[in-house]
Design a binder for this molecule. Sequence first.
Ligand code: FAD
Ligand code: SIN
Length: 540
Amino acid sequence: MSAPVVRLDPPHACDVLVVGSGVAGMQAALALDGKRVTLVTKSRLGEGGSTSWAQGGVAVALSGTDSPSEHAADTLAVAGGIADQDAVRQLTLRGPERVLELIERGAAFDQNPAGELHLGREAAHSQRRILHAGGDATGAEISRTLAAAVDAADWIRVEEEVFAQDLVVEDGRVIGLLGLDRHGAWRCWAAPAVVLATGGIGQVYRYTTNPQEVTGDGLAMAARAGAVLADLEMVQFHPTALAADTDPLPLLTEALRGEGAILVDEEGQRFMLEEHPLAELAPRDIVARAIWRRRGNGGRVFLDGRSSIGERLPRRFPTVFQRCAEVGIDPRVDPMPVTPAVHYHMGGIAVDLEGRSSLAGLWACGETSSTGVHGANRLASNSLLEGLVYGTEAAQSVNDSLLAAPDSPAVWRRARQIAGRYRRCRPEVVRSVHQRVRELTWDAVGLARREEDLVAANRELTELHEQLGDAPWETGNLLLVARLVAEAARRRRESRGAHYREDYPELDPEQASRSFWTAAELLDGEETVASGSQVSDLSS
Ligand code: FAD
Ligand code: SIN
């Protein structure tokens, strides 16, 4: 096939480019007051992404009986021994200030009859500290609040329905972004600082609670640009997705268990009591594996809130009630069938406590980043808080950096080189690769992993890469992320937190550390890409 002619207008210039409008991206853009910020996002502002779907709430030490240090202790206790303690301290200490700021912006969290914030309980929290809104529609309220603030912020220019395809890199420095508009036309931006806030990787797996848009784009872009990535093998499965015939699977919030709902098998027997002293409120990885084992043996598992929540369910958990109603279940009278499903990525673009990546000019925050704050297993409801805290930290770091504007013609030339490397692939090939990647990861890189499955999966993923080639849009990203996660999972030969190896079921003290890789290291030097750091210097 001959190289396509790349049509590309000269770049739009700004001081900071933020990619993504979930909690992390919007929080970062708002904290960049004083800069000319362009925020590009794949669908509409505040929509798409996981934030607006978040249910249970935001964990934060605000009550008189709580403290950031207790919140930090709970976070560390479930993290499999590899969380970054400084990152946890920063999250829990700065969390209260960020949440109060959000309330000042207008976020309406649920209150008790005395007019105080109502605090919910979730698994492995030693006390009630979960702020929630609309019962179990916390993310929608946070998105609404931040999107209204972004709309009102005159320093932020929002560009909707823009797909960020690649970072533009020159001499190891990120100088801009290459994207596609909704008609598939190439666009580019020049900026001395880019903040990636593109969310997680849920859609890389066949069964997930994450929206369609969550395809690991930011992680893939950073991987192609040569950034260091961390803890890629640490993929969290939520124990209780509704076992329905939908894609994605509806989430049944952990707050249901916080309010007393129990897990039972087909005979109605409660089984978590024999698994862990905290029973249904055990850490997420333990509950997820307990359910997985029972389902793997052909059994079904149910979440039963009939006696503990009963008639209160539609009011306290309207989202769950609605999702159940859509598949013909009334949780006041029926137990809800559940399955674990991919929910959150602890791994991501390796960043320091200020959100700085290994590449000059590139910051990341929220789920696409990995500060190490969650270690090998995230504590429930710490993710929205992470977006608020680390979105702000990244913005402050950008603000504190003296950044020279990149040369626009250089950005333009690089962007055209990168775009020229991509080839559109036949839609039926894209569809079949997309589907197969998701199946493979679910089967081989799931809740229980084995060397031979990981090796075989990687072999097939490499073949799929050969079929697809360097295709733009999501499928290439899904495939790259799947390969990276599978290989990182193969290389950690122990079981820790969310990463469980059937062939290495024990924790190995020798491996009690985070993992850091570049894509080239994981894929044996294979040139993954069309990234600016790796393209040869074609003349423009
Ligand atoms: P997201 O909110 O996923 O936003 C990513 C943004 O990037 C979106 O705007 C997306 O459109 C954009 N984007 C992605 N790719 C591109 C691209 N290529 N180009 C341009 N834009 C792009 N956590 C909690 O703490 N509490 C909860 O109660 C909770 N409940 C959850 C319930 C569900 C159903 C799910 C799925 C997750 C839940 N989580 C919860 C996890 C939490 O919601 C996410 O981890 C968090 O919202 C991630 O925020 P983010 O800003 O990093 O990414
Ligand atoms: C939930 O509501 O169970 C999700 C909470 C989270 O992912 O932190």
